[in-house]
Design a protein around this ligand. Structure first.
Ligand code: AHR
Length: 357
């Protein structure tokens, strides 16, 4: 009697839970790694949206900066017959074969943040992320305007670029943005060295740059973590970071603006300018999936609108390719407001360009 009662009870329990689980949309997300504060915020944004409460089951995989790991996880997602595959690709090239496998399995693939460089664009459904070259151009234009304002000739602006992961869209775009200004204005680009988007590599790169280029006065870091390392390396040898480059200071420029420390560094004058890179893609990817589920149209490419921040008051706006971009003057109040955005659980603003859907 007791036995049959308990097995009957179990059945009832299973009946109650199974249909709920069956209805979940299964999303396999291959995250490239955990190299930066930006990446941590990005992962958190995805995890906070793809929850059972919201109707999803998320299979998350951290590829630890290796494309081979990402390819393996995509193959695992295909085997598990997930409903959607989302990839934040570490670098652009080398995706054709595995994306063809996903296409053959009829699984839509959404690319997020960085891009893939494939011969056939039908291999993925859509992409959402930043315009990294525009970020770079805005930063380089800000530098040009700032130095012109202070009567510093472009040939006296001796720049080193600490690049991100070579071959990643964020690196390619930001590097191209700076190269464009070097060509356009005649800045002295001393060196381009890899920094892998990490503080440790930023520190190492800066140590060597200081030894190799005594006249260096501007460091263009392709993310904030590299900037943290570069600042520490400068201060370790007694160099002052700041905007007074005519009097020996080293100007640090950077991208992201996700961690409070970076924005505080701007307020304190350690980082002259930060080009925003917005990591809160979870709600954006979720809204793409919701539209696909509802058979609604989506754009192939969705760009996120981004700001540029400085504590300097002299440059109010920048003109790039016939578009005006305001420079946000950073204040303690603004920093506080911005930090609230990174309480990602409550973040709902999916600010993005009009061509979105
Ligand atoms: O692809 C976005 C870039 O990757 C961010 O700027 C950087 O911090 C991250 O690691």
């Amino acid at each position: 009697m007791i036995l049959s009662f308990s097995s009957c009870k179990k059945e009832v329990k299973e009946e109650k839970t199974e249909p709920e689980t069956d209805n979940l949309i299964v999303v396999g997300f291959s995250q490239l790694g955990a190299e930066s504060d930006w990446r941590a915020a990005n992962t958190e944004s995805m995890k906070s949206v793809f929850t059972e409460k919201n109707g999803y089951r998320l299979i998350f995989d951290d590829a630890q900066q290796k494309q081979a790991n990402q390819i393996t996880s995509v193959r695992n997602f295909i085997q598990q017959e997930v409903d959607y595959i989302v990839i934040a690709p570490v670098t652009e090239k080398g995706w054709d074969t595995v994306l063809k496998e996903a296409k053959d399995a009829n699984i839509p693939v959404i690319i997020v943040d960085r891009r893939v460089d494939v011969s056939d664009e039908s291999l993925f459904t859509c992409w959402v992320g930043s315009d990294f070259e525009l970020e770079g151009k805005k930063m380089a234009e800000w530098l040009y305007r700032f130095t012109a304002e202070h009567d510093i000739a472009p040939e006296d602006v001796h720049i080193a670029n600490i690049q991100g992961t070579i071959g990643a869209t964020a690196q390619i775009g930001r590097t191209n943005g700076l190269r464009w200004a070097v060509e356009e204005y005649g800045f002295d680009l001393l060196a381009e060295v890899p920094g892998e988007f990490t503080k440790a590599r930023g520190y190492e790169a800066m140590e060597s740059l200081l030894a190799d280029y005594p006249d260096i006065n501007v460091v263009y870091c392709e993310n904030d973590n590299e900037a943290f390392g570069a600042i520490e390396a400068c201060e370790a040898v007694g160099r002052i970071v700041g905007t007074d480059i005519q009097n020996g200071e080293i100007m640090i420029l950077s991208f992201d603006g996700v961690k409070e420390e970076a924005l505080t560094d701007v307020l304190e004058g350690k980082i002259a300018c930060i080009g925003e890179c917005n990591p809160l893609h979870g709600p954006r990817v979720e809204s793409l999936i919701a539209r696909l589920e509802a058979d609604q149209s989506i754009s192939k490419y969705t760009y996120v609108d981004e700001e540029i921040f400085s504590a300097d008051e002299s440059i109010e706006s920048l003109l790039i390719d016939n578009t005006v971009y305001n420079v946000i003057r950073l204040t303690p109040e603004y920093v506080e407001e911005r930090m609230e955005l990174f309480n990602v659980g409550s973040y709902t603003n999916t600010n993005q360009s009009q061509d979105a859907y």
